[in-house]
Write a protein of this length. Sequence first.
Length: 385
Amino acid sequence: MAPLAEKELADLVRSVFPGYPEDRGLAVLVDVPRDAARDNPDWAARRAMAEDWARRLRAGAAAIPLDEVHLVAYPDVGSNNADLPAEAYVVGGRLPAEASGLPASGIRTPFESLFRDVPLFLAPTEYSTTAPLKNAAARHGLRAATMPGFSEKMVPALRVDYGEVGRRVGLIKERLDRAEEAEIEFVKDGLEPHRMLFDLRFRAAHESSGRFPRKGTAGNLPSGEAYIVPYEGERGEASRTRGELPVEISGEVLVFAVEANRAVAVRPAATLGPAWNDEAARLRREPAYGNMAELGFGVLGDFGLEPMGEILLDEKLGLHVAFGRSDHFGGLVGPSAFSRPEEVVHLDRIYIPATQPRVAVFSVVLRYPGGAEETLMSEGRYRIF
């Protein structure tokens, strides 16, 4: 897949960050591996892409228009949606191969200063920055497009009809806002049903269409989803989220037992495998991991896009349920709920045939105040468009 042409890159910035002509500074934000042994080819290619984007955006800044374009790098934080370090480096030339080379490659700058002075951020990182940049956007009024795991092969997702994407996302959001419950029936191996009830009371849904026309907003690019944090019990009334959530991991189908919006146990497949060992140990070690952090509905699968092994895009293709951190979406569970920063996670499980072939979405039914019901999905397809 050919990379974005210079005009496409300029058009992308204008489309993603419309309005506010006074916003004339942009940072391309990238993480650099602390240990070269943890690097991988996709990560290295993404850093090279970030360098190229920063260079070409500087060259075409007047046409966007922008006054300043910065390449900003920081040592990786080791997990998705963990807090950023206190400081980063504004790099004028090439990025170093590992984080130990950053002091010699750039100017050390507190992140809070960057957030105060730079109004626009593109963040093609290895580990997702959505949570910390959402929080920074709310504090400072900046706008940020987070692109964890982005690669050139995902460029087609930047070329879809985002007007139609936005229309569909809006229809789902409006329904999630009104609904009190979502009941989902999954089917394992075509035979074994499992049901989950998600408590949607007291919460507003969010829409992510890949455009940020308002100050103080941040989210994924590419995008195309509506999502909501299930009620977590903060109003003195227990959450009604409960049931059995099947998840296929490396060919094993595990079933999480969920009570009061928390996965409290995990049942293995017919034989104990490594996925069960890992998930059971993680629940024991980090109870906050079991939080039902997000119920999301992506729409990009209807536009002919296929999964690419990157959560940034893959979650936008259909139904997904996230475990762990929720505070960046308006929930309660944040980094302090985990034992250490390296354990902080917001992990999406994506329910489409390519990612979980043994688990099918049979139906999603929304229940509204007064007892009305509506089928949002059946047999893996939306029924409201």
